[in-house]
Design a protein around this ligand. Structure first.
Ligand code: CP
Ligand code: NVA
Length: 310
């Protein structure tokens, strides 16, 4: 376990492109060990949380993870810092880098994360941007592995909007050797560059595909996954998107076409009756609450892996 506790020492995680398949597997292994209570590493460091968007799971799981590691957390919400009064992010980064050991940042622009990493001189973790949600994908893959083990024939189908969560899932599944099908309405496809990057990681081992056909996408799949139809910052578009996304709703009808053991996943928060039905969320196939719990174990593994154990 000792090697795992500093496997990503000093590194940032702005997307899953920042780690290798071997490192990703090691991170998942460490998360499983910590979840099982094997070892109780201490990491007496200070994590700063700078969140430009709302968050329940990410904020709380990072905070609890750090407390369980006997570290400290500082809430650097824009409203309680000079960020909301317009202090440039680059200036904020150069100052905070002299105080705290690591930052988790939730923002709109991926460029903000890169700027912060480059100017602060400390590791930065992407706690969600418009482009990626890597911490979510760590928990997602961990949950799939808990349900099905290390099988090489697994397929996860993502239904909905081809943005941040889909992007990180594509990369995470490719790193983990899980086939991934992304089913989206026309015009809502994932970023072409991210698709190509995921396909390059997958190589000949697995497939990363995009389709407009939700029925074909779920056929025989082992995990069905969805996310909101209008992400944070896109709330004004929710009404116009509803009829466009309706065929991609995760419901019992689509679930019936998946593998007999297929599980249901959602990153949360969920809008029941929109991207997922109440029945699918609350049914026996749902692993959504385990998935949410795994945010804690995945991020604890990430923190200790980057900061090292004291
Ligand atoms: N899934 C997720 O990131 O949830 P929060 O927005 O509540 O952090
Ligand atoms: N795609 C969603 C994910 C929320 C966790 C959003 O960006 O709002």
């Amino acid at each position: 376990m000792d090697g795992l506790l500093s496997a990503l020492k000093g590194r940032s995680l702005l997307s899953l492109l920042d780690i290798s398949a071997e490192e990703f597997q090691a991170l998942l292994g460490l998360a499983s060990m910590l979840k099982a209570g094997t070892g109780s590493p201490r990491c007496i460091k200070v994590l700063g949380l700078l969140f430009q968007k709302a968050s329940t799971r990410t904020r709380v799981s990072f905070t609890v993870a750090m407390y369980q590691l006997e570290g400290q957390v500082i809430d650097l919400n824009p409203n309680v810092t000079q960020v909301s009064r317009g202090e440039p992010l680059g200036d904020t980064a150069r100052v905070l880098g002299r105080y705290v050991d690591i930052m988790a940042i939730r923002t709109f622009d991926q460029g903000d994360l890169e700027q912060f990493r480059d100017l602060s001189g400390i590791p930065v973790i992407n706690a969600l941007s418009d482009l990626y949600h890597p911490c979510q994908a760590i928990a997602d893959v961990l949950t799939v592995r808990e349900s099905f083990g290390d099988r090489s024939d697994l397929t996860l189908t993502y239904l909905g909007d081809g943005n941040n969560v889909a992007h990180s899932l594509m990369l995470g599944c490719a790193l983990a050797g899980i086939n991934v099908r992304v089913a989206v309405p026309e015009g809502y496809e994932p970023d072409k560059t991210v698709l190509e990057q995921a396909q390059a990681i997958a190589g000949d081992a697995t497939e990363v595909t995009v389709t407009h056909d939700p029925v074909a996408a779920v056929s025989g799949a082992h995990a069905l996954y969805t996310d909101v139809w209008a992400s944070m910052g896109q709330e004004d578009l929710a009404d116009e998107r509803e009829p466009i996304f309706q065929p991609y709703q995760l419901n019992d009808e689509l679930l019936a076409k998946a593998d007999a053991e297929a599980i249901v996943l959602h990153c949360l928060p969920a809008y029941r009756g929109k991207e997922i039905t109440n029945e699918a969320m609350e049914g026996g196939r749902s692993r959504i609450w385990d998935q949410a719990e795994n945010r804690l174990h995945g991020q604890k593994a990430l923190l200790v892996s980057i900061l090292g154990a004291d």
